[in-house]
Design a protein around this ligand. Structure first.
Ligand code: FES
Length: 561
């Protein structure tokens, strides 16, 4: 018989721990409650926006599941950043930082209070990877549940998402949309609680929880307001107790094969480029050696079969109606693209779970295609390397039809400068907009350039202007957008050496991104390059900048020991 209370007994067991138990009795627990395994219910919650507004309620339902299965739950809330609100401002520098804050907060609460298991409830972009990182790091029985997307919005009878509002700002600046219509979109883009509706970062990472085997199959696609959410929350609470009894820990589940399954799902779905950064970081915590080359290798053999915004047509709600993530996984499994023997948190393999999952028998070819007749013969994310990005860069090929772009660089040392230039009409067809000093260390925090890319798209230049940055892109970005350029400008990467008018060559099929300068010229410029003074010298952003690693390694924090 396993000692399910091995951790909590160290904190609450024995005569000498009477004071510790007194604290629990003060919050209503009985001796019987304290004698059961203690399960932390980590819910990323706050009233800052719709993405996580419902997670506290779901956490309370998960508690019931834990109780029903013989545990004692302890709910706690973790702060988060709503990316869509921080976007385009200095505040966005906290977005990627918040992933570490989420991971560290769970580690802090769970380890400080000696919990035996974890239920984790995620929502907005950084919360899913932050929680997965924590689960891998702490490595006690754990189950995650993504809390679901918003229902689609509505503009004059047409379904819309927040992406349409961002792009409407660009269209308005060009006189292509009236202020009244922009207001109408603003009023109706997000009708319910839940995360942004397309296959942007939150939904992409939500989907990966199932492919990794860390969540119950089918739990990520139901919208936040769907009735099944409550049931999934309850069952997630029960599942963590079962995982404890079976002795299944996150690192038993998040193996190299599980990450390959997750990458395959992302590549097949046209998911967010942020998934690259986040899966590298989660793998790092799980002790799994994953590299950018794994994304490229899997992308080459995985057809893109899902048509979801921003590259395709549909929303997460549409995917839910036809069968959600299990439908996509089944298609990939039938094509022999998944490791079906990968263990999941239930103690059964992914193959066993998929075999028993009941799919709605409805037409779905409009959104999920057969791998033999895919949207694209390759995956949605491509890794580029070259003289501009020796360590690597990332492009979402499903969000653009352009395979080659060659043009003069227009260089900006911050997102704000670039946005101003776009809104003032200074960017012309053929240009390559370079936004640098926005990397993990330089930003710090790798801001997402959605405001800039959406304004470019809104001006009708999305397929005619390339954007290259050491920062990131939102999952809602489309167009020729190359991000995560590494090494970043702040550490003297080649992107720091580019000058206005230098010719940049992007060749997706060749997997290259180059600046057309001789080796000698690059060397000469490197010799005279000087680092910029850090933007922050105190506080969280300064702490982050001093510890963060390259985006090619997932921008994980590396403590100096
Ligand atoms: Fe939270 Fe988009 S802003 S999911």
């Amino acid at each position: 018989m396993k000692d399910l209370k091995a951790r909590s007994n160290l904190v609450y067991g024995g005569i000498e721990k009477a004071p510790n138990r007194a604290f629990l009795k003060a919050v209503g627990l009985s001796d019987s409650d304290i004698s059961k395994p203690l399960v932390g219910v980590a819910t990323t919650w706050g009233e800052m926006g719709p993405c996580n507004i419902h997670t506290l309620a779901l956490g309370n339902v998960a508690k019931e599941g834990v109780r029903a299965a013989g545990g004692t739950p302890r709910l706690f809330a973790i702060p988060l950043v709503i990316d869509g609100i921080a976007m385009g401002s200095e505040g966005m520098k906290y977005s990627l930082v918040s992933r570490e804050v989420v991971a560290n907060s769970v580690e802090m609460v769970v380890n400080a209070h000696g919990y035996d298991g974890i239920v984790a409830i995620s929502g907005c972009d950084k919360t899913t990877p932050g929680l997965l990182m924590a689960l891998a790091r702490i490595n006690i029985p754990s189950v995650i549940m993504y809390s679901g997307t918003t229902l689609p919005g509505n503009f004059k009878g047409k379904p819309i998402t927040i992406q349409d509002v961002y792009e409407a700002v660009g269209a308005y600046s060009k006189g292509k949309l009236t202020a009244e219509d922009l207001r109408l979109m603003e009023d109706n883009a997000i009708p319910t609680a839940g995360t942004c509706g397309g296959l942007y970062t939150a939904n992409t990472m939500g989907m990966t929880t199932e492919a990794l085997g860390m969540a119950l199959l089918g739990s990520s696609a139901p919208p936040a307001v769907d009735g099944s959410r409550t049931n999934y929350a309850y069952e997630t609470g029960r599942a963590v107790m079962r995982a404890m009894e079976l002795g299944i820990k996150p690192r038993d589940v998040m193996t190299f094969e599980a990450f390959e399954n997750a990458i395959t799902l992302v590549q097949a779905s046209g998911g967010s480029t942020n998934a690259v950064l986040h899966l590298l970081a989660v793998a790092h915590e799980a002790g799994v050696k994953l590299t950018l080359d794994d994304f490229e290798r899997i992308g080459k053999k995985t057809p893109e079969i899902v048509s979801m915004k921003p590259g395709g047509e549909y929303t997460m709600y549409d995917l839910y109606k036809v069968g959600g993530v299990p439908l996509v996984l089944k298609k990939l499994a039938d094509a022999g693209l998944l490791h079906l023997d990968a263990l999941t948190v239930t103690g059964r393999t992914l193959g066993q779970e998929l075999a028993e999952y009941r799919l709605p028998n409805v037409p779905h070819d409009h959104i999920v295609k057969d791998p033999k007749n895919p949207r694209l013969p390759y995956g949605g994310i491509k890794i580029l390397k070259g003289t501009l990005a020796p360590e690597g860069a990332v492009i979402k090929v499903s969000a653009t039809s352009v395979r080659k772009h060659r043009g003069p660089a227009m260089v900006f040392d911050s997102e704000e400068e670039a946005f101003r230039a776009v809104m003032e009409g200074k960017i012309k067809e053929g240009d390559v907009v370079i936004i640098r000093y926005e990397g993990p260390k330089g930003g710090p925090g790798m801001r997402e350039m959605l405001a800039v890319t959406a304004a470019i798209s809104g001006q009708g230049l999305g397929e005619k202007v390339a954007l290259v940055t050491d920062g990131r892109f939102s999952g809602a970005t489309r167009g020729i957008s190359v991000g995560h350029v590494a090494p970043e400008a702040a550490v003297g990467g080649p992107i720091a050496l580019v000058q206005n008018g230098d010719v940049i060559n992007i060749d997706v099929d060749a997997g290259r991104i180059d600046v057309e300068l001789s080796e000698q010229e690059l060397k000469k410029r490197a010799e005279s390059w000087k680092p910029k003074p850090p933007r922050y010298t105190t506080g969280l952003l300064a702490q982050y900048a001093s510890l963060v690693s390259s985006s090619a390694e997932g921008a994980v924090l590396k403590p100096r020991l």
